[in-house]
Design a binder for this molecule. Structure first.
Ligand code: AMP
Ligand code: MG
Length: 639
């Protein structure tokens, strides 16, 4: 069933001053308002202010049209005669066809308002199925120009996106586009035919993959990635901004291994709950000093006797962990005593003890933990000792963050399951899915769903992701299909078919450059590169911090100082060099030994590694690390 869909508009303000914050942009908000009114009845899905930098503007226009697939891009500013005005040049570089009629319409109308309008060099045109229109920078001028063409925009978009319409139909519609002075003055609203619109949380079968130009024709795909190259730090910032904490649940602490505490936990009972002996020996009154004493009785751990009173001149035999009898204030360990006499049954009746100070070998009540002591805090991960601590302080039910629901897919028509015993030509066994599932299971706080292998068929991928979203997963994790191949659909599916927002599509790092991160509602989508080392490195670098953030933990990876066992020559990109930390050599720091080939397809060097040396990118100032130099390494076999 098709839903009617609003025209999706992206607004780009091109202004050095506004982008530097020296001037408050007033055009953007007005345009935003205006596009929601008739005749467009649209919605603003993207908004950005950029300086008058041609390359940046071109890049964004490409992303908005090719990846976000917006219907209309309105730029405002940079259309005049000043040196920095380059919006028309940037636009001309990205459009495939000019829409000169729209420029004439805007010009004609603006000239009726002011002769200054002739100084506009605005361009309008088409890229893929996106219409791009330059508007002047002033809010009055921008609104007037927009108004003069708005009436025909729905028609224009309809034509752009209805490639299956008959020629006659197109022509009859084209006739409707011819500008009449009335239309220029009073733009008439036009109903837009709905394109398939995807709502991820609705019926899966209604979602059809939208064929993109990349898919239709590999020859026409972009030769350069339209995605800005983010630094690892910028990428992490976007991940952190979008990683919300999940709700808590109450569970039995005995089943909480690896889970993350969400509420402070206090001791219900002190530890020890009674003055306890640390040694096997004799409970004494310290003021009696050393000498021969009569044996009063024997106190064993757990025998529950609280009726014993130790008078002066007596001792009581006591075991480790047993409560001290009343009257006693110290314990003498058995090694410092001798049997002096025994009765007929062989039971000792008198022993000699050495003198000990008050409190000797006794743990007073609460000496380890006082009742009410804060023991664990939100973000603490439960390890075996912490579970022991909770149990011994009487905390049975505890609040933890609920498990993160993470689904893992491998993508690639060449990737096959291990059960297929013979590989056909060109096939490979799936490595990534099981490696990623292993990483996730090790964390201990995820519910991991094996999504299987997805072939390079966009509709199959889309159906699988839609099902995952219906299952309300917190994170979708894929490997493969995010680079520049004509079968790399993941980015396009996130934005165009799942209605998500691609937060980044390229990171300046090695390995892992095409790492992709998007958000679909509150679900995070990590599209990791297909090469096994790349997916493992980027899981540790990007996915793990997000999962930590969602469970209230410190998201930053554990980084340690290491001594390098070999020279490392810097690359043009910051590198995460697979290494194993060797603590056995005589060195004050662990030695970081490279595990071999750093080619992203090399899986052996990844399998051996337990850390990644953080190698900066090459610069004039420094091009390599010498053997023996100190560097930083990120631990990857932690949680
Ligand atoms: P892609 O990112 O899809 O272009 O894949 C890059 C390389 O990684 C190709 O050589 C793929 O065959 C390989 N690859 C992709 N997915 C997997 C996987 N799950 N296991 C092993 N290798 C893979
Ligand atoms: Mg692939």
């Amino acid at each position: 069933m098709e839903e009617s869909r609003k025209i999706r508009v992206a607004i780009l303000i091109c202004s050095d001053r506004a982008s530097a914050g020296n001037y408050e942009d007033k055009t953007g908000p007005k345009l935003k308002y205006q596009i929601q009114q008739a005749p467009l009845n649209g919605e603003c899905c993207e908004f950005k202010i950029l300086p008058d930098e041609q390359e940046e503007i071109e890049q964004l226009l490409r992303i908005w049209s090719d990846v976000n697939k917006v219907d209309l891009i309105l730029t405002s500013g940079g259309t005049g005669f000043s040196k920095r005005d380059i919006t028309p040049e940037a636009t001309r570089n990205v459009i495939e066809k000019e829409a000169i009629g729209m420029v004439i319409a805007m010009m004609q109308y603006s000239l009726t308002k002011t002769p200054m309008a002739m100084l506009s060099r605005a361009v309008a045109g088409i890229r893929g199925s996106t219409l791009i229109i330059n508007l002047p920078g002033s809010s009055k001028g921008a609104l007037e120009c927009f108004e003069s063409v708005a009436g025909q925009i729905p028609h224009a978009i309809d034509l752009l996106q209805n490639s299956h319409a008959s020629i006659d139909e197109l022509h009859s519609r084209m006739n409707g586009i011819a500008l009449s002075p009335e239309q220029i003055k009073s733009p008439s609203p036009v109903k837009v035919k709905s394109a398939p619109h995807v709502c991820p949380h609705k019926k899966k079968k209604s979602v059809n993959f939208k064929k993109t130009s990349i898919v239709d024709n590999p020859a026409r795909r972009d030769r350069k990635s339209p995605w800005p190259m983010l630094s690892v730090q910028e990428a992490l910032r976007l991940i952190f901004e979008n990683s919300e904490k999940v709700p808590s649940e109450e569970i039995d602490c005995r089943k909480a291994m690896g889970r993350i505490i969400s509420e402070k936990i206090e001791a219900r009972v002190p530890l020890p709950p009674f003055p306890a002996s640390i040694k096997d020996g004799y409970a004494v009154r310290s003021t009696d000093g050393g000498g021969v004493r009569k044996l009063l009785t024997s106190v064993a751990a757990g025998d529950g006797r609280d009726d014993i009173f130790l008078a002066s001149g007596y001792v009581a035999r006591i075991n480790t962990g047993a409560p001290l009898p009343k009257g006693a204030d110290a314990v003498v360990q058995v090694e410092d005593t001798n049997v002096i006499s025994m009765d007929d049954d062989g039971e000792e009746t008198e022993v000699s003890v050495v003198a000990v100070p008050v409190g000797n070998d006794i743990r007073p009540i609460g000496s380890d933990v006082s009742a009410g002591d804060a023991l664990l805090f939100p973000g603490d991960r439960l390890n075996p000792s912490k579970i022991g601590l909770l149990c011994t302080t009487g905390n049975r039910l505890i609040k933890v963050f609920r498990r993160l629901k993470v689904v893992v897919f491998s993508t690639g028509s060449e990737v096959v399951e291990l059960d297929q015993r013979e590989l056909k030509h060109g096939q490979i066994y799936d490595a990534n899915r099981y490696a990623l599932i292993g990483f996730l299971e090790n964390l201990g706080y995820c519910e991991v769903i094996d999504g299987g292998i997805l072939p390079d068929k966009p509709q199959v991928c889309l159906d699988a992701f839609t099902t995952a979203l219906e299952d309300e997963v917190d994170v979708i994790l894929t490997s493969g299909g995010v680079s520049m191949g004509d079968k790399d659909y993941i980015k396009s599916i996130i934005t165009n078919d799942l209605g998500g927002k691609l937060q980044f599509g390229r990171v300046n790092m090695k390995p892992g450059k095409p790492t992709t991160f998007g958000t679909i509602g509150s679900t995070l989508f990590f599209g990791l590169p297909g090469n096994p080392s790349s997916s493992a490195v980027t899981f540790n670098l990007f996915v793990k911090p997000a999962l930590r953030m969602m469970t209230g933990q410190n998201p930053r990876p554990n980084v340690v100082k290491v001594k390098l066992a070999q020279e490392i020559v810097f690359d043009g990109r910051p590198e995460y060099h697979r290494c194993v930390l060797d603590y056995s050599r005589e060195s004050d720091l662990p030695m970081a030994v490279s595990t071999g080939s750093q080619c992203s397809a090399n899986i052996q060097s990844m399998a051996k590694a337990n850390a990644l040396i953080i190698v900066p990118q090459s610069s004039d100032a420094k091009e390599s690390y010498a053997s023996g130099e100190i560097a930083c390494a990120m631990l990857i076999d932690d949680f």
